[in-house]
Design a protein around this ligand. Sequence first.
Ligand SMILES: *Cc1c(COP(=O)(O)O)cnc(C)c1O
Length: 359
Amino acid sequence: MGVWGKAISGAEDLVAAGLAAPGDLAALAPVLASYKMRITPEMVQASASAGVARQFVPRPEELERRPEELTDPIGDGAHSPAPGLTHRYPDRVILAVTHACEVYCRFCFRREVVGQSAALPEAELAAALDYIARTPAVTEVILTGGDPLSLSARRLGEVMRRLAAIPHVGVLRLHSRVPVVAPERMTQEMIAALQVGRPVYLVVHTNHAEEIGAAAEAALGRLADAGVALLSQSVLLRGVNDDPATLAALFRRLVALRVKPYYLHHCDLAPGTSHFRTTIGEGQALMQALRGRISGLCLPSYVLDIPGGFGKVPVAPPHVVEAGPGLYEVTDWQGGRHLYRDPERDQAAALAPARNSMP
Ligand SMILES: *Cc1c(COP(=O)(O)O)cnc(C)c1O
């Protein structure tokens, strides 16, 4: 093991790295036959922390399939106009450029597809780009996978340039675990591949402060210095980060590294992930515990991807409830209740035509 070693992907490697006992292997064999494992040297080292290890080390519970669990938990398949493409919202699409990842997270909502044939074949990529080019409503393209930063810098740069050549695509976004789990991949060539004359947002996936080592810190610094806007997404995971101190440490660490926490996802109903799932009530209590106690910069939006393909919605506890016409009961961060009344509107504002219809 050690940072300059190889990623581990077999049961015996787990034992050699001290992440499983020889006696566990019989129970893990069928898990590894169903779901791919890969743990980068950086994450093998960080797995000294139980909250990090639990995300990557397979467990027999993964073969327990609950009736509510779904192969396509967020219903992406229902909104796919071309292979690799998901178009659920009017102005943005997801383009899955590869099924490969640097690490295979045990709670992944795409665990039934990741790790299979890797890169999107050229014909499919061309068809996806053609769909985007003929759909002017699409102004943002979100590269995901798999992990888009597992592509070579050359291949990624080519995809980025082809996207930037479509005039109505104004914003490019990538979702990736690479800057944290394989920071050595964030070379100057990879960073240059992101710079194609369009604003680029990189949403870093990370779930625990102890995942973020010195090399990740340096990689994030290089990205921020290069003008890449950095956000993060995390998944709320039982036994990993489901307590206020762990979440606060993660979000503060990210903000200190110029990464704005964006989403905290409620764990999706992927097969064999029930040991990771909290209740919505537990998630709401955590958000309530954090609000006001840590900087607003640190607070992501707690969201649920509604099973069946209906999109993401915030599920944080409501701070305001309607108590009458124009009257609201508002709860402050310490639980105090207050009434707020909308001021009377002046006549001119009330008569003005609505200006807010969406494009
Ligand atoms: C999450 C998601 C997006 C991005 O949603 P934002 O709220 O803009 O971050 C886009 N398309 C699909 C299909 C998604 O699941």
